[in-house]
Ligand binder design. Structure first.
Ligand code: ACO
Length: 326
């Protein structure tokens, strides 16, 4: 059977770092509160001239180089993002041009923090069906551009970043063993950017009411996240005919260390089975999982033959799981 295999990875974060002590000077918060409630210490933040495609380009070039693949060999570019360069056209098209990947079709997909695993599932289907062979999948978000920097409830939680992966067909055991996606639109208002779409177009009034900023109901999302991430881990493993003992490392969405700890506890796994980098990057939305995969590969935590269990949740609300063998 042909499997979709992750042949290489790349990542990019902006140079500028804002740590918790810097945030103490901006809003009414403390390093202690942020560390204890979120596990975050610093986050990378883009300057005003940098957009999603700029970070995506750096991460993509690294993944292409590592995989020994020329941009012209790509036949599909998928970008998971909710903070693309423009409302439209797709950031994937801008990335395609910057890379010179003339032979690739390109589109964005919007599933918030679950976007990367949603994209993985799309890439898996394309490759297993034989439709496309060389796919660049990027998760990128710059949510620091859409948070209210006077609101301590949200501005401490996010950072900017991009993670890229190249997927190709593979005849061996390695590859994406399974993916599982879910959504519950009845909870869409728990996490959203209310203004800027066709429901609430941009207007002076909407901006006065701060509707162009990211809104979240943190407490509700927290509960939802723990429940669906735990269930998704069980469900996707079952779908693959595997158990927790068959995976080396869990790579979860990095929204809050306490969410990850609660999932670990419910799964009965020690925290050292989880890859965590939330203290360095905060929540980079669709980029958390590809960045974590890149770092886990670079640090030798995920080596050839190892299986990783990926799990995420995000706006929509959406959730997603995947099992990948390297
Ligand atoms: N510094 C100091 N105090 C703060 C801060 C801050 N940065 N932020 C909130 N507080 C205060 C609140 O005002 C509240 O004060 P009050 O009791 O006087 O009203 C108090 O801290 C406790 O607030 P809670 O909401 O109960 O705090 P909680 O422990 O739930 O942590 C948090 C809040 C971190 C937001 C948590 O609920 C969380 O991580 N939720 C999920 C986060 C999320 O939705 N991320 C996006 C996921 S989807 C995606 O990734 C795009």
């Amino acid at each position: 059977m042909v499997r979709a295999h992750i042949v290489s990875t790349g990542m990019a974060v902006p140079e500028k770092i804002i740590n918790n002590f810097d945030l103490e000077k901006i809003v009414d918060t403390t390093d202690q509160w942020i560390r204890e409630r979120t596990g975050m210490f610093e986050r990378h933040v883009t300057d005003k001239d940098t957009a999603a495609s700029d970070l995506a380009l750096l991460a993509s070039r690294q993944a292409l180089e590592m995989g020994g693949i020329e941009p012209r060999e790509l036949d599909a570019i998928l970008v998971a993002t909710i903070s693309g360069d423009y409302a439209w056209p797709a950031t994937a098209c801008i990335l395609q041009h910057k890379l010179g990947a003339k032979n690739a079709m390109a589109f964005d997909l919007s599933a918030a923090c679950s976007g990367y695993i949603y994209g993985l599932s799309v890439a898996q289907a394309y490759i297993e069906s034989g439709l496309y062979k060389n796919i660049l999948l990027v998760g990128v978000d710059l949510l620091t551009k859409v948070v209210d920097w006077t609101d301590r409830n949200t501005c401490v939680l996010f950072g900017d970043g991009a993670g890229a992966t190249i997927l190709q067909p593979n005849g061996s055991a390695a590859g994406i063993l399974g993916t599982l996606l879910g959504a519950d639109g009845s909870t869409a208002d728990l996490l959203c950017q209310p203004c800027g779409g066709s429901r609430v177009p941009i207007s002076e009034e909407a901006i006065r009411e701060k509707k162009h900023f990211l809104y979240l109901n943190g407490r509700e999302i927290f509960k939802h996240a723990v429940r669906v991430m735990t269930q998704t881990c069980h469900d996707v493993l079952k779908q693959c005919g595997l158990t927790l003992d068959d995976v080396k490392t869990v790579v979860p969405h990095q929204a809050n260390i306490r969410i990850i700890e609660a999932v670990a506890q419910r799964l009965g796994l020690p925290m050292d089975r989880f890859f965590v980098n939330v203290e360095k990057y905060a929540n980079t939305s669709a980029a958390t999982i590809p960045i974590a995969l890149h770092e886990a590969r670079e640090q030798g935590i995920l080596q050839s033959g190892d299986r990783a269990l990926l799990v995420s949740f995000g706006g929509g609300l959406t959730w997603a799981g995947g099992v990948v063998q390297f």
